[in-house]
Design a protein around this ligand. Sequence first.
Ligand SMILES: [Zn+2]
Length: 460
Amino acid sequence: MKSIFWFILLLLTLPSLAQNNIMAGHIDIKSKQGKLTEDFTITNIITDNKELKFTLHKYLEVEKILLNSIEQSFIIDSSEQLYLVNLYKITLNRIPSKTDSLRFIVSGSFEVSNDSSKYNVESDFDLVTNYSIFRANGMSSWHPVIIQDSCERIDQCRRRKKIEYSIQVKCDDCQFINIGDVKPQPSPVNYKQTSSLPMIIAGDYKWEEIENIILINIDSAVQQKLVNETRKIITYYEKLLGIEHNSNPVYAKVEINKNLTYEFAFFSLPTIVFVNRRNNKKITNYGASSHELAHYYFGSLFVPKSNLHWFLNESITEFFSFKFLLHDGNTSKLSNKYNNLKAIKICSYIPFLKKINGFPFRFVRLDKIKHKDEIHEMQRYNISPFQLLAIERIIGEKLMIEFIKKLYANVSNNKHGYETLIQTLKEIGLEKKTIKKIERNYFKNFKLRKYKFVKELINN
Ligand SMILES: [Zn+2]
């Protein structure tokens, strides 16, 4: 009996072992010289092609590629030098088998200068350093990503491919290295994970750990406050959604460009980074954290591939931030956002503004969206979260949560977002009449008078 049990267990485990590419190796960072080398070996290659394509961040260069220790020549497919990554091709004389090993030796340099105005930072996709900090985000492709020809778009291929990483990161001139969940520690750091590589932060900054929350370069005066606020937000979301928030957040404050007035926060599981945010009040007071912590559920563990991507990802997240703030009796963010609604409406009356292509104040009907980027930031973070709040007032909180959970499940099977949106409203049992009303008043229209209820919410 016992041996049958083990045999069945083996059968069950075998396919899952066979699924993933395994990427093992090490990364060496020389922070003060601005140098980076990577040496990875990929085994268990799954492809049906002699021509292997792979992408690599534009700041990195391939030094060598070896198949079973034999050097391979490669070309950069110049027709496809993309925004952040370069596309390379290697043609082999046969289709690689699962027992073959493919080794990449990659190096790169990044600028280290005291003139911070030189840094070129584009949101979370870049590879940058400033003074003593090095950061690289998982989405920035700072490691080779093997892709298959059959994918339509590179980002799709990257997500489809599962890679199991076993990587050691070393940085001799950094005080610590933090990779996602791994606590900051002096080098080297071993790292194992399936799915994309999260962010590496390596530098001389101080860090603390309070109640399992890691705080990198966060002023001691606000540390405990940030931790308390985080706990409060997580407790609220867990109760509301009935899903555990299985993560220990890492907060980091980084200064990227001293001359840059632009500031923002972004999220890359499980790290929340405040960039150029010097005002502590903007780090605490739930401002960014109530939004970023909701990303654990929406837009991080699962990223919807849909033309309504930004609605599903950012508007739902901001809706949850609104709900937390209302629950907490903290309405200043909502009243700012309500003022934005008014500004959007006023701008929509000015004819010449309407004609400017891509003008961010224009409302785009959700049923007419073809490409995800048609939903501008003003709509993502202002109009649509209020649409969701309005719908919740019609159908009640319980059905609203059911709707959002179902929507997220449904959208993975259908990339036509609007159809899925309406289908899901039907599935939660709404009458046709109610759905038509929601479509007419919110999804297909932007009428300021439909949001008067926000004023009541703010004043309560
Ligand atoms: Zn967001």
